[in-house]
Design a protein around this ligand. Structure first.
Ligand code: COA
Ligand code: AMP
Length: 636
């Protein structure tokens, strides 16, 4: 069947389509309803069924004779280690870890927070939670203690799983002091913290609260898989919202499993037994779906890579991994390819490796600029697929479905909607716009399995953030258009979220941090274009009257404050003191206009601007640090 036929089936009769797709998984008891459209707030899939995601990702493959196949390859460029875990090994290790968690009192529905670097124990932690029906919440290692504390307070974990350290080029990141600081600030205290000691740095343990991972696992009995409802949460993953308070995206168990299984075959074109290398981090949704759950559910082999695309040791790192582990599909963010292109402009290092296993490159996490797309296409000589999705959607919304029917590529577009999703472009009244017109990208309800059913303990917040503005639709927060052949073009966000090296961050959250500086009266953070990271944040600060300290000193403190409160991942390196911020007469700060000026784009002087001189001052100031260079001025 071709793409269009499958697409129509999935949209016209989702119950039949996904009910059929669900046959790819094991269920302990069948559903009474494939889709309950009325279940509040966002609809529910496979109602009444029971299953276990860990059983589907591990035990069932062992039972089906895949026990000796490699499930996970840990490749650490940071330590020079490569480890292979078969499905049988991984099942045993996960069952023991689940036993250790059970001994600490973790059971079905309890939350477990995972704060870990890219080591196999991080994947084991997630799967062990799934085995017990506990709900994991993984927090990315590049976040600071305050961000960690916010997530601990919201998820209220019974147990936290962590490691002594992460390894970044040139430095060892001690995780335990960050975790201790977060717990000291947190109103919620977990019962226990299980710490995996890495040889690079041994963390001191507090016997009243901390347990050594290896000792706990050695003493544990393996735990069986606990049956859960298909609608029970598998995990909560926090992502940036429009304020400093992150949103706890809930993922259900059954629907997610079915969607991932379908996607591996039909989008990624993978066959069980093949190798998928997703170069991301388990702290992001890409890591959840395509480092851990997707490949394992499907019976493929996943590569968990601790390292960077460049500098560990060079821009040939991905090619080395493809050769060494016979990778079929590579998935990463465009920023990784921009980094490779910067260090190895001709792609010469590719020539050093045998890439004969390599079949497709998938890119997501940020807009794939046509330059990067062409550079990659010209060199890798396999299909390069830009695909669009979000933490909330859990799996791709628009993609070139290589397993169904590959389509011609249009640079700048992640191709057409994936079966199950209906992408419409809406005007401010929520009316669909004709092909080619730019508006808000919205997904018509019902959403397919795998998409978030709600926010963690916040149904009202879910409705308000996603369902209220456009009745009958889910609001993506992205703006763009769909052309007359159904190709989706994602142009920008309609909120204050920016994308820094494929990492989603809230400028509103950074403004909250800067506003807390004692000398800052008001501030604005904008995302400015960056050749490597796509966008980086830049802060503009107006000081309180009477502050006479040197501006450079305060700018330095502001940079340190964001790193301390949000984390290095924010890549906040530039703060500028300015005399005033440009605003409309009603007091709205003109962030969009400032962003255009910074990027050297032509901009429109807003008719409602209060003080046009403020924009010129900002432009002058931005030029002192290398922005606002093209000289493009206000369009008449
Ligand atoms: N723990 C602690 N710190 C971390 C971290 C982690 N898990 N991950 C990143 N950091 C730190 C980095 O060390 C860096 O710190 P610095 O300011 O002291 O240099 C900062 O956070 C920013 O990290 P990163 O965004 O990785 O930038 P980089 O300059 O180190 O590397 C790229 C740039 C392009 C190579 C890198 O961003 C990359 O590999 N991106 C791939 C895209 C990706 O994984 N996207 C996820 C969604 S698909
Ligand atoms: P995250 O939730 O971190 O995965 O970030 C999701 C956001 O990243 C989306 O809402 C988009 O703004 C952006 N994004 C992800 N993939 C793409 C893509 N292929 N093209 C354009 N933007 C993308």
């Amino acid at each position: 069947m071709g793409y269009q036929q499958v697409y129509d089936q999935a949209w016209n009769d989702p119950e039949a389509f996904w009910g059929q797709a669900a046959q790819a998984a094991d269920w302990f008891s069948p559903w009474t309803q494939v889709l309950d459209r009325d279940a509040s707030p966002g609809g529910r899939w496979f109602v009444g069924a029971t299953t276990n995601v860990c059983h589907n990702a591990l035990d069932r493959h062992v039972a089906a004779g895949r026990g000796d196949q490699t499930a996970l390859i840990y490749d650490s460029a940071m330590t020079g280690t490569v480890e292979h875990y078969t499905y049988a090994d991984l099942t045993e290790k996960v069952a023991k870890l689940a036993g250790a968690l059970a001994a600490l009192g973790v059971g079905k529905g309890d939350r477990v927070l995972v704060y870990m670097p890219m080591i196999p124990e991080a994947a084991m932690a997630m799967l062990a939670c799934a085995r017990l029906g506990a709900v994991h919440s993984v927090v990315f290692g590049g976040f600071a203690a305050t961000e960690l504390k916010t997530r601990i307070e919201d998820a209220k974990p019974k147990v936290i799983l962590s490691a002594s350290c992460g390894l970044e080029p040139g430095r060892t990141i001690a995780y335990k002091p960050l975790l201790d600081a977060a717990l000291a600030m947190s109103a919620h205290k977990p019962a226990r913290v299980l710490v995996h000691q890495r040889p690079q740095l041994i963390a001191p343990l507090d016997p009243a609260r901390d347990t050594d991972w290896a000792a706990a696992v050695a003493a544990a009995d393996p735990a069986p898989c606990t049956p859960v409802e298909a609608t029970d949460p598998l995990y909560v993953l926090y992502t940036s919202g429009t304020t400093g308070v992150p949103k706890g995206v809930v993922r259900d168990s059954g629907g997610y499993m079915v969607a991932l299984l379908w996607s591996l075959k039909n989008i990624y074109g993978l066959t069980p037994g093949e190798v998928m290398f997703t170069a991301s981090d388990v702290g992001w949704v890409v890591g959840h779906s395509y480092i851990v759950y997707g490949p394992l559910l499907y019976g493929a082999t996943t590569v968990l890579y601790e390292g960077k695309p460049v500098g560990t040791p060079d821009a040939g790192a991905f090619w080395r991994i493809i050769q060494q582990h016979k990778v079929s599909v590579l998935f990463t963010a465009p920023t990784a390819f921009r980094a490779i292109k910067r260090d190895d402009p001709t792609g010469a290092l590719m020539g050093d490796y045998d890439l004969s296993s390599f079949r497709a490159l998938f890119l997501a996490g940020e807009r794939c600029d046509p330059d990067t797309l062409h550079w990659a296409q010209d060199r890798v000589k396999v299909p390069v697929v830009d695909h669009w999705w979000q933490t909330e959607t859990g799996w791709p919304v628009a993609a070139n479905c290589l397993g169904l029917e590959p389509k011609p590529v249009k640079p700048g577009s992640p191709t057409t909607a994936v079966p199950g999703w209906k992408v419409d472009v809406l005007n401010s009244e929520g009316q669909p716009l004709p092909a080619g017109e730019i508006g808000a990208l919205a997904l018509k309800l019902p959403l397919p399995p795998g998409a978030l059913p709600t926010l963690w303990e916040n149904d009202a917040g879910f409705r308000k953030s996603y369902l209220t503005d456009y009745p009958g639709y889910y609001k993506t927060g992205d703006a763009g258009f769909v052309d007359d052949e159904g190709y989706v073009f994602v142009m920008s966000r309609i909120d204050d979220i920016i994308n820094v090296a494929g990492h989603r961050l809230s400028t509103g959250g950074m403004e909250e941090v800067l506003a807390a500086h004692p000398d800052v009266a008001e501030c604005a953070v904008i995302g400015v274009a960056d050749d490597l990271k796509g966008q980086v944040p830049l802060g503009l600060l107006v000081l309180k009257a009477g502050v006479s300290r040197p501006a450079a000193e305060i700018e330095k403190e502001a940079v340190a404050l964001v790193r301390d409160k949000i984390g290095p991942v924010a890549a906040f390196k530039t703060a500028l003191v300015v005399p005033r911020l440009p605003k409309t007469r009603s007091g709205k700060i003109l962030r969009g206009t400032m962003q255009k000026i910074a990027d050297g784009q032509e901009y429109k002087m807003p008719a409602t601007i209060d003080d046009p001189g403020a924009l010129e001052d900002i432009s002058d100031k931005l030029q002192t640090v290398g922005y606002a260079q093209s000289g493009a001025g206000a369009a008449s």
